[in-house]
Design a protein around this ligand. Sequence first.
Ligand code: F6R
Length: 258
Amino acid sequence: MSPQGHLHVTVFPNDRVAARALARRLADAIAEQPSLVLGLATGRTPIRLYHELSHLVSRGQADLSQVRTFNLDEFVGLDGSHPGSYRQFMQTHLFGPAGIPAEHIHFLNGAAANLEEECDRYEAAIADAGGIDIQILGIGTNGHIGFNEPARELCARTHRVALKASTRHSNAGLFGGDEAAVPKEALSMGMATILRAKSIVLLATGKSKVSCVAQAVQGPVTTRMPASFLQLHRDVELVLDEAAAKDVRDSERSQSIG
Ligand code: F6R
């Protein structure tokens, strides 16, 4: 979606304005290409975006009925009907309200009997769909994207991953606040799976993201900060609010709005 073809940083005054602007742009992209393949993230950050998109649908200003979706990740051990699963999160916040038909929704099954085969199936399904057109990402405070956690090495393909304590902590809300109930592992698209998307939009808001956003944008490309690899993609946009963008140098900002 970035007009310049490189890491593009757009800063909005607050998270509400950012979500609204991004929802409108996604709606426009979908109007141009109704069966667009969308890569989607869960977490607190995109909730507003999903609500804005659903709102556009309910007002007849967007139509997501032909869009195909692939979510980034799912907890190991949970099938899509588990209330703590990311599949249910998406049903509540986007798939249900925006009327996306079940047959257009692709999800990793964390309860599959053979998780390696499940990861291969997912890679093949993405390829069969013609690849991801627009991948929406969030960012963990430690720089993870999807569940590609900082490490000495990162995985290229969809894989099984052990979750960091900090990641389990921030997901406790899905399990009634009980951190011990958060699964210890997840399945996640890999770095190459994400970087193969034709265009990528990373949404980050709030002051807890100041440091990881600044490092991702202007730090070295390193496996210790997985989001820094976005610098290597030819069409990435970071959609930030002022709070998250605080330490992004003016020279790195492509656009400040409001
Ligand atoms: C979840 C995902 C994660 C989140 C990240 C930020 O599908 O991909 O990388 O985007 O953990 O989460 P929030 O938005 O809750 O800060």
